[in-house]
Design a protein around this ligand. Structure first.
Ligand code: IPE
Ligand code: IPE
Ligand code: MG
Length: 233
C-alpha cells in the first residue's frame, strides 16, 4: 500500500436493501450483513493507519422516512453493536464518537451511545465515528445558532460547533451502492474531500475493494485551488 493514506475516511454504507432483495431476503438481513461488513472494514481501516473512519449509519431523512419496523431493526443492530461488539474495539485502544442528533433516539440506544463515548480512551490512534440521525443541514443550523449566541460566525467558530468539532475534515468519501450523491453527509466538511463511488452493494464491499479506493485516493492530485504544476523538461 502507498504511504499516502487518508487521515479521515467517510463511508456512505448504501445498498443493504438491494443486497437483501437480490437474495429474496428481508431488508433487515441486508442491514445485518451490512453491520458485519462495517465491523470488518473498521478493523481494516485501523490496520491501514487511517485515524478516523466515519460511517453513515442513519440519516435524519432515514429516521423520518423509513418504516417503523425497519428502524426498530436498525436500533436492534445498534443495541447489539454498542453493548457487545464495541468491546473488542476498546480492547485494541480504539475510540468511538457519535455525530448527529441522538436526543430523539430510544432511551436505551441513547444511553449505549453516550456510554460508548465516555468509555472511549483519550488520544486513541483510531476513532470509529458513527453518524446516527445525522444530516449536514440540521447540523449546520445547530452550529450556526450556537456560534451566533457566542459571538461572530467565522469558519473557525462554525467548525467548532459542528458535531465533528475536533475531527479533521474527511480526505476521502466512499459511497457504495451506485448512487452518486452525498445524501446530506458531511456536506460542509467535505469541501475538499476526494470522492469515490462504487456500484458494489455495501455488504459485498470487501477490504480489498476498500484498498482499491485507497490506491485511487493515493493517485489524486489535491490542488486546493492552486495551479497544476508546470510540465517537466
Ligand atoms: C443503507 O442501505 C443503509 C441505511 C440507509 C440504513 P439502504 O437501506 O439504503 O439500501 P438500499 O439503498 O435500499 O439498497
Ligand atoms: C444514505 O443512504 C444514508 C445512509 C447510508 C445511512 P440512503 O439510501 O438513505 O440515501 P438516498 O435516499 O438514496 O439518497
Ligand atoms: Mg439506500
Amino acid at each position: 500500500m502507498s504511504d499516502n493514506i487518508p487521515r479521515h475516511v467517510g463511508l456512505i454504507m448504501d445498498g443493504n436493501g438491494r443486497w437483501a432483495k437480490k437474495r429474496l431476503l428481508p431488508r433487515s438481513m441486508g442491514h445485518a450483513a451490512g453491520m458485519k461488513r462495517m465491523i470488518k472494514l473498521a478493523a481494516h481501516a485501523k490496520e491501514r493507519g487511517i485515524n478516523y473512519l466515519t460511517v453513515y449509519a442513519l440519516s435524519t431523512e432515514n429516521l423520518a422516512a423509513r418504516p417503523k419496523e425497519e428502524l426498530e431493526g436498525l436500533f436492534d443492530l445498534m443495541r447489539k453493536y454498542f453493548a457487545v461488539n464495541v468491546k473488542s474495539l476498546f480492547k485494541e485502544g480504539a475510540a468511538i464518537r457519535v455525530i448527529g442528533d441522538i436526543s430523539v433516539l430510544p432511551q436505551d440506544v441513547k444511553k449505549l451511545l453516550s456510554d460508548a463515548q465516555t468509555k472511549s480512551p483519550a488520544n486513541a490512534p483510531f476513532t470509529l465515528v458513527f453518524a446516527i440521525n445525522y444530516g449536514s443541514r440540521p447540523e449546520i443550523v445547530r452550529a450556526a445558532r450556537r456560534a451566533a449566541e457566542e459571538g461572530e460566525i467565522t469558519e473557525q467558530t462554525l467548525s467548532a460547533h459542528l458535531d465533528t468539532a475536533g475531527l479533521p475534515d474527511p480526505d476521502l468519501i466512499i459511497r457504495t451502492g451506485g448512487e452518486m450523491r452525498l445524501s446530506n453527509f458531511l456536506v460542509y466538511q467535505a469541501a475538499y474531500a476526494e470522492l469515490y463511488f462504487t456500484k458494489t452493494l455495501f455488504p459485498d464491499f470487501t477490504s480489498r475493494e476498500f484498498d482499491r479506493a485507497l490506491s485511487d485516493f493515493a493517485g489524486r492530485d489535491r490542488r486546493y485551488g492552486a495551479a497544476t504544476s508546470a510540465p517537466k523538461g
